[in-house]
Design a binder for this molecule. Sequence first.
Ligand code: AMP
Ligand code: ZN
Length: 123
Amino acid sequence: MSVMESTPVRHDCPFCQIVDGRLPATRIFESETVLAFEDIHPVAPVHVLVIPRAHISDPSALDETTAPLMGEMFLVARRVAEQKGIAASGYRLVMNTGRDGGQSVFHMHLHVLGGRMMAWPPG
Ligand code: AMP
Ligand code: ZN
């Protein structure tokens, strides 16, 4: 079974709606399996979200078939950082997971944040 067959689009999921074009987004990059688009409420000069096209709620839902998507997401994040001119200065990759992790959209996504100095520890 392919990744797309094992994780169908969820019609009530905003990021699935972006994947299939029902919800508009400013797309930065797309491949067969991964999509990158501008966050609608940016918290840094660069704030891009990288998602799998397939609906996977969060990293805990990955299995042997879908886990390689995570590597692809990191490769796309690097590409986004290069395209946005923050690869040399540095950036932060964040994947909020579950309630206490601050996840609000339950379609796995990697935040690419940059263009300013990041604080640590996070709030
Ligand atoms: P998280 O809180 O980690 O689940 O992050 C969800 C992110 O999705 C937030 O940064 C939101 O601003 C962003 N977001 C929610 N809806 C949209 C949308 N329709 N287009 C782009 N970004 C969105
Ligand atoms: Zn989804």
